[in-house]
Design a protein around this ligand. Structure first.
Ligand code: ADP
Length: 330
């Protein structure tokens, strides 16, 4: 395990009775990572997060947290972790200060250091002005901030956040995402979620699981860099006629996003694709549609996610995706 590796989990297995919820799963988190851990409902995300946070025992596998084995050295390993479960563990009848003080004690923070730990956590989570308020009286967004504050009270190397924005309004969601990005400058973060835009907004790496198995593992930058070649986005000033584009040789498909916005799928062959682009531009100019944008289309994480989690095949070799997909042993 290198010095930059914060979590290295290998071969995690977990059964509930006969149900195989997590299958031979590997997960790695490095310094500077905000890892999006994605999967449809029931894929095994929460089970994996509980295992990695040390709240649920795996049936097999090894989990190293910042150099400590979670099974062999649980106390030391758990000191490296802050965890916000899907249901935040809040005592709502306490004030923010009382609750965080209690969490600091649970984390064995030295008596003399508790006040500064509280101040730091509150300041980092934007809670400095609400320390005296009952948690119950706070908005859901602020309650979630308190949940995050308890996860960072002991300044852990790793923070695990399980669905941290579920149930929040759009402004609260933006605020929590911004907070996660800021925390990512000092901690490695795993963000378990099924909300794809969230991963696109805050993560630099993504892993997708399906039926307990890892089916995708990639840097976000690789996703953004790939699939520029075969897709184009065209925007016009005036309404355009998609059928004139569909008939051009080398254009495999035209998706009409609006009367003026189109996504064009080109063929794989580079020469044919180049000829198709020439014809496309000629048509656009002849028709005088007023081209205002002509850009490579980016295959979205959403498309990748849907392909990987809805296809019939369990084979995780997504070579057609052209991305770093990881085949896991069944
Ligand atoms: P996710 O978080 O991706 O929605 P979970 O980890 O909660 O998925 O669940 C993975 C699978 O394990 C699902 O089939 C779920 O029904 C099952 N499962 C989860 N928790 C339990 C449990 N305590 N007892 C039995 N089955 C469970």
């Amino acid at each position: 395990m290198s010095k930059t590796t914060l979590i290295k989990a290998t071969g995690i297995d977990r059964y509930y009775g006969n149900s195989h919820a997590v299958k031979n799963l590997d997960l790695e988190l490095n310094v500077g990572d905000i890892l999006g851990f994605l999967g449809p409902n029931g894929a095994g995300k929460s089970t994996t997060m509980q295992i990695i946070s040390g709240t649920l025992a795996p049936d097999a596998g090894q989990i190293m947290i910042n150099g400590f084995d979670l099974v062999e050295q649980p106390t030391l390993a758990k000191q490296q972790l802050g965890y916000l479960p899907e249901q935040p563990p809040l005592y709502k009848e306490l004030t923010v200060n009382e609750y965080l003080h209690y969490c600091a004690q649970l984390r064995n923070i030295n008596k003399d250091s508790i006040l500064s730990a509280l101040d730091t956590a509150k300041q980092r989570c934007g809670l400095s002005d609400v320390g005296q308020q009952l948690i119950n009286s706070l908005s859901k967004g602020f309650q979630q901030r308190v949940g995050i504050a308890q996860a960072i009270i002991h300044n852990p190397a790793v923070i695990i956040l399980d669905e941290p924005t579920v149930g929040l309004d759009p402004i609260q969601i933006q605020e929590i995402r911004q907070l996660i990005i800021e925390l990512g400058q000092h901690h490695g973060i795993i963000l378990s979620t099924h909300i794809l835009p969230e991963v696109q907004a805050v993560c630099n790496r993504v892993q997708i699981i399906r039926q307990g198995q890892l089916v995708f593992n990639s840097d976000m930058s690789s996703i953004e860099a790939s699939h520029h070649n075969q897709q184009l986005e065209l925007q016009f000033k005036h309404n355009a006629d998609a059928s004139l584009l569909e008939n051009i040789a080398g254009i495999l498909g035209v998706e009409k996003i609006s009367e003026q916005l189109f996504s064009i799928q080109l063929c794989e062959d580079e020469d044919d694709a180049a000829r198709a682009i020439n014809s496309l531009l000629t048509t656009v100019i002849q028709q005088n549609w007023g081209l205002v944008r002509f850009s490579p289309g980016v295959r979205s994480l959403e498309q990748i996610f849907i392909e990987l989690t809805t296809s019939d095949s369990n084979n995780s070799d997504q070579s057609d995706a052209g991305l770093t997909a990881k085949e896991t042993a069944a």
